[in-house]
Ligand binder design. Sequence first.
Ligand code: G3P
Length: 222
Amino acid sequence: ADSPKIIINFKTYSESSGEKAKQLAIHAEEVHDLSGVDIAIAPQAVDLKAIRDVVNIPVYAQHIDPISPGNSTGLYLPEALMEAGINGTLINHSEKPLKLAAIDEIIEITKKYDLTSILCSNNIRTSAACAALNPDFIAIEPPALIASGYAVSQCEPEIVSNTIAAVHEINDSIPVLCGAGITNGDDVKAALDLGAEGVLLASGVVKAEDSKAVLEDLVSKI
Ligand code: G3P
């Protein structure tokens, strides 16, 4: 079977911006190389190119806009992010929620360009709706637990297992990831035991005093 997937969302923390983003990306790659676990990172758009130049692990955008080249000031053009070296993108993160039609268009763009699509959802019902759009991954993240330090996989395990069931009722080939409050290897193991195929996390790694030690711990129980 494939390795479980660990996605580090850099969000907009100062600890994961600019030079610090590069350092964190290098740590993620080192832990990938040592463990063989599939670790991907989602830095801010402005840091993508510099990070792509220093690591080989998958690099995802945090968002892309469903636009074609032209006059769209302030938006993120898929082709430009691809030139910066992305392998995929998060879609509809609860901090960047989108309309259904936009999500559908973005997934079409990811298929056209062979980018990995990680479609985020905030609850069980929306996760089931997401399954109909056929992304590569669905990532359930209950907003209330984001950045809380309380792991969804340990504190609200039924959200994870019920999401997996709801998604697989629609399409049982879509792997489900979970996120919110994940900070250590036990949280990751709990997620995998529930049937998730990986996790997304941010603050537990980004805000840690020793991010590399946290990354090592995350993969230690897989
Ligand atoms: O995309 C990951 C995320 O929203 C979870 O954030 O800080 O709870 O790990 P955090």
